[in-house]
Design a protein around this ligand. Structure first.
Ligand code: 1PR
Length: 523
């Protein structure tokens, strides 16, 4: 029996699913007594350091936790759960950590996108049972803006490079912890969790552990989901956002099955977009929640879900906040939520007021779940102009002239699945959303969606230059070379495709094989 410490701030479902997949029972600790009686304790931390420590104190978990660790019983901390072991964090200087290990947690000071998000390697510094059965050259999934600086080198189990080497796992006696998420790290992560559970493994340094590691570019499979005219939830795919063919919604498969297939084929993440979320409220009719719950039982890579994340009042007058909708998605297995239409309205409001309200969905969700959990999905379309003077929006010089030969364009944001253009551009939207607390941009492109013409490099460059958070290039992938092109021509951290994967035209493995000699990827 594994006891899991859940302080209610995020997706612990995937940790539970991973442990259950390994044939163990999980008991969720609801009191200090549960901690005291635990055999093995797993502590997955999500959100921010300050809110985590505050809740641990409020629930009177700190004393039993310290007693558990002092007694030499097996403890495993994941992400913030590892950071909690140290003395404090710059994320919340007023809060003390558990202080079990000497050192502090600081923010990344790098010239790279923060959060550090994606699959990176580990350089193992001391013998351990944790990587038993692994070669040492595997990549694991990280998502964090802060990292540990340990005062005692003896507790550093692994380091990882992101601008500079940082501590990515610790070990002291029966206390172990990883900055990365084993529950989101595919088969390698499951092996690591199994090693913690079994505790009868040989201690060694894995043979292929590298001296330096590199963050991989991520390849993401996207599933646009909606009900068809028969009422079945299907994965569909549009051409420039039109998902109907001969009057019917295209049906490219079942969401749970397809997500499982992409996990097996090596997708680094899976994204679900509930594309009619702007009109169907996800908590009223729950099929997407069910899809997420089922998928997270067997897909152990990060899951993002978007569609319908906004404040809503149902027909009985009951009001829900966007935070409540997001919370339901997180509880059901999502690691990140993506906000589309509402982000446009939020930015319009911000631009009108000239300041943040502190109350928007982006601010509230990122405060509780951390900014890495908030993705902004942008659905832009080109608006051509003859010269920048014709518009107040930032323009680019384009090599693809407009219908009347215009040589400039700006990228207009749309809402309601591309149905309505608004007076906001994608560059401004991305910049404001980052300021409000978003952690990643999912950059679609209506002009390219479903065309197989390749990514819109001009759009991607313009948005990527405006932000310091990671950007996902989306829309238009037609062959392996398009992925190579987007990674060569821009600094995006990941690239997403839908149609070519659904139709089995280009498998994910083929994309990775094509990239492997020129781009760091997870094989
Ligand atoms: O506005 O917060 O309710 O969220 C709705 C979400 O649904 C948004 O993220 C929006 O992007 C998405 N969406 C709405 N309508 C459509 C549509 O296609 N009619 N899909 C839609 C957006 C674009 C990508 C697609 C890529 C790659 N889909 O998801 O997967 O373009 O496609 P490709 O590789 O085949 O070219 P809210």
């Amino acid at each position: 029996m594994i006891t899991l410490l859940d302080y209610g701030a995020g997706n612990v479902r995937s940790v539970i699913n991973a442990i259950e997949k390994l044939g163990e029972t999980v008991h969720v600790a609801a009191s200090g007594r549960d901690i005291a009686e635990a055999e093995k304790l797993l502590f997955p931390g999500v959100g921010s350091f300050g809110s985590m420590m505050g809740i641990l104190r409020e629930k009177r978990f700190v004393e039993p936790l310290l007693a558990f660790i002092k007694a030499g019983r097996p403890f495993f901390g994941i992400c913030l759960g590892m950071q909690a072991l140290f003395e404090g964090s710059d994320e919340a200087p007023e809060e003390k950590g558990l202080g079990v290990l000497p050192g502090r947690v600081v923010r990344f000071d790098v010239d790279l996108a923060v959060p550090h998000m994606g699959w990176n390697g580990i350089s193992v510094k001391q013998p351990t049972d944790l990587f038993y059965g692994l070669g040492g050259d595997e990549k694991f999934y990280f998502v964090h803006s802060y990292h540990v600086v340990a005062d005692d080198a003896a507790v550093v189990l692994t380091t990882t490079d992101y601008g500079y080497p940082f501590v990515s796992a610790v070990q002291k006696g029966s206390v172990q912890g990883t900055q990365f998420h084993p529950e989101k790290s595919g088969a390698s992560g499951l092996t690591l969790l199994e090693n913690f559970i079994r505790k009868d493994r040989t201690v060694s340094i894995p043979p292929k552990s590298p001296d330096h590691t590199r963050l991989a570019k991520r390849i993401i499979a996207c599933l646009d989901v909606r009900s068809n005219d028969q009422g079945d939830l299907v994965v569909t795919k549009g051409d420039q956002y039109d998902v109907r063919e001969g009057g019917n919604v295209r049906n490219l498969g079942k969401p749970v099955e397809l997500a499982g297939r992409y996990f097996e084929e090596g997708a680094d993440e899976v994204t679900f977009l509930n594309i009619t979320g702007f009109r169907d409220f996800p908590l009223e009719d729950m099929p997407m929640i069910q899809v997420l719950k089922e998928t997270s039982k067997h897909v152990f890579v990060p899951l993002t879900i978007g569609g319908g994340i906004r404040d809503f009042t149902d027909k009985n007058g009951r009001s829900y906040t966007a935070l409540e909708v997001a919370a339901e998605y997180f509880r059901s297995g999502a690691d990140k939520v993506s906000i589309g239409s509402d982000a446009v309205y939020i930015v319009e409001d911000y631009l009108k007021r000239g300041k943040a309200t502190g109350q928007s969905a982006i601010e509230r969700i990122s405060y509780v779940y951390g900014n890495q959990a908030v993705v902004i999905s942008i659905d832009p379309r080109r608006v051509y102009v003859n010269s920048p003077a014709e518009t107040d929006h930032p323009t680019v010089v384009t090599t693809i002239p407009g219908p009347e030969g215009q040589g400039h364009c700006w990228f207009q944001c749309t809402v309601k699945g591309g149905r309505e253009g608004r007076d906001v551009d994608a560059v401004t939207l991305a910049r404001v959303c980052e300021k409000l607390g978003a952690g990643e941009i999912l950059l679609n492109c209506i002009d390219r969606d479903g065309t197989n013409m390749g990514f819109d490099i001009e759009l991607i460059k313009a948005v990527k230059q405006a932000v310091t958070i990671p950007v996902i290039a989306s829309s238009g992938a037609g062959c392996e070379a398009h992925f190579a092109e987007v990674f060569e021509a821009t600094d995006v951290e990941s690239a997403l495709a839908a149609g070519i994967f659904h139709r089995r035209e280009v498998p994910i493995g083929a994309v990775k094989r094509h990239l492997k000699d020129s781009v760091e990827i997870r094989l």
